[in-house]
Design a binder for this molecule. Structure first.
Ligand code: NAD
Length: 455
């Protein structure tokens, strides 16, 4: 599909006004829900082919989340699209004031491979709810899912409204040369910078949902058994290929051995003696990522796990201790099933380690100590996070989801998705029956009054 033609067609369709009525948006969201339900098995099979993701995880972390987002939008859309009255101001008396959400136009949504259905279609819900047309660019690293998304969406949606552009980096580059009205990118910080540079050409607004090293702090007051189970779940879900997975653990020194013991038994409980045999444990997406991850295993001592099979792209859930100074496993986002465990003595030391790194996407604290909790929450900057849990915060549509600094800009989910894909138009309405001449020249004698009003 020629991207120049595609964007032209989408812009013409948008200009026709077809996407703007609330009825149209609702109908399309209902259709999307129907399509996802009807083709659930196709998505499950495609992701399984790509990296052996178990059906339960595909439903819980991809399909179910999209249903939730659509339900939420359907329930609230009428309200979101209404004019929102705001108070007037003294200098503009008398006037009526309101804001109204208007769609941007044609939106480009670029998705990564790690939650290939959810991250391609979840932003579509917000974009459609807000009244835009959409071009989706799925990741080429999960080719089965990319082609399933393209095949299914093109059967039900005309490409002047929702189109899927399949392909690699070159396709994305061509798309980025076009003048979209909004770009929503999920992926790495490196490519996020490329996207933002391209967007600058037309001053196109962007949301960047990026990654980073999300820390997980466990202090001595924490319930170590529960902490270990929740951390192991969030870390090894999707074989660690999750943007908000706890990247590394900082545990208070005296609790380290107990936490390690509980982590080991949690992994054993979840995946058995040989996780390679477990139907619930996915594979690494491709050989490059497999090789990258294997390199990290040499940078510390393997406390647990460490087994691998290159042919299968399998790396078992692995806990790494005694990390070498300046190890790349503590510099780069891991994005795989390797969990470094480091220690700290006092909470300030943990804060110092975290704050020397770029601002993370997620931040997790396991503690029963309110003072430590407040200190950590106030001292560290991050996209979003959880106390005594990991990852689960993104399942609440009332919590905006997004990063800060290197982990991104902007947010979505729930109402925030609608806001992200809408421009808020501000409108003031004046009457003509009264025209206070104060603002007009000549200004003589008026300065002292304006100083009294606006001070
Ligand atoms: P990526 O940045 O390599 O690729 C994302 C998209 O960009 C793909 O569609 C790809 O085709 C395109 N792309 C790649 N190189 C390009 C280039 N040079 N020019 C133009 N387009 C290009 O990311 P990935 O490997 O697919 O995903 C992993 C990253 O995504 C991790 O950093 C992870 O943390 C992040 N992520 C973030 C979130 C979030 O919600 N914040 C969610 C999932 C993943």
């Amino acid at each position: 599909m020629n991207p120049v033609e595609l964007v032209k067609r989408q812009k013409a369709y948008f200009r026709s006004g077809a996407t703007k009525s609330v009825e149209f948006r609702m109908k399309q969201l209902e259709l999307l829900k129907e399509v996802i339900t009807k083709h659930e098995q196709d998505f499950v099979d495609a992701i399984f082919k790509d990296f052996r993701k178990p059906e339960f995880e595909t439903y819980a972390t991809e399909i179910g989340i999209i249903h939730d987002e659509i339900n939420y939008a359907l329930k609230n859309l009428e309200n979101w699209t209404k004019k929102q009255r705001v108070s007037g101001s003294l200098v503009n008396f008398p006037s009526k004031n309101y804001t109204v959400a208007e769609p941007y136009g044609s939106v480009l949504i670029i998705a990564p491979w790690n939650y290939p259905v959810q991250l391609a279609l979840l932003p579509v819900v917000g974009a459609v709810a807000a009244g835009n047309t959409v071009v989706i660019k799925p990741s080429e690293l999960t080719p089965n899912t990319s082609s399933a998304i393209a095949g299914i969406m093109s059967t039900y949606f005309q490409d002047k409204f929702i189109a899927v552009a399949e392909g690699g980096v070159e396709v994305n580059q061509k798309l980025l040369e076009q003048e979209f009205d909004y770009i929503f990118f999920t992926g790495s910080t490196r490519v996020g910078k490329i996207v933002m540079k391209a967007a600058a050409e037309y001053l196109t607004p962007v949301t960047l949902e990026l990654g980073g090293k999300s820390p997980c702090i466990v202090d001595k007051s924490a319930n170590l058994e529960i902490s270990a189970r929740r951390i192991a779940w969030g870390k090894f879900l999707n074989a660690g290929q999750t943007c908000v997975a706890p990247d590394y653990i900082l545990v208070q020194e005296n609790s380290k051995n107990d936490l390690l013991k509980h982590l080991k038994s949690a992994i054993w409980d979840f995946y058995g003696e040989d996780p390679g045999e477990s139907p619930d444990y996915p594979r690494i997406v491709n050989e490059d990522h497999f090789n990258r991850l294997m390199g990290y295993l040499k940078e510390g001592s393997v406390f647990y796990g460490g087994q691998s099979d290159k042919k299968e792209r399998y790396i078992s859930p692995t806990i790494l201790t005694d990390i070498e100074p300046n190890a790349s496993v503590m510099e780069e986002e891991i994005f795989g099933p390797i969990l470094p465990v480091l220690t700290f003595k006092e909470i300030e030391e943990a804060i110092d380690i975290i704050n020397k790194k770029p601002k993370p996407l997620a931040f997790y604290v396991f503690t029963e100590d309110d003072k430590n909790e407040s200190l950590l929450m106030e001292s560290c900057s991050f996209g979003g996070g959880a106390v005594n849990d990991v990852v689960a915060h993104l399942g609440n549509p009332n919590l905006p989801f997004g990063g800060i600094g290197n982990s991104g800009m902007g947010a979505y989910h729930g109402k925030t998705s609608f806001d992200t894909f809408s421009h808020t138009k501000s409108i003031m309405k004046k009457t003509s029956w009264l025209d206070i001449p104060f603002r007009y020249a000549p200004y003589e004698g008026k300065l002292k009054w304006i100083k009294k009003i606006l001070k």
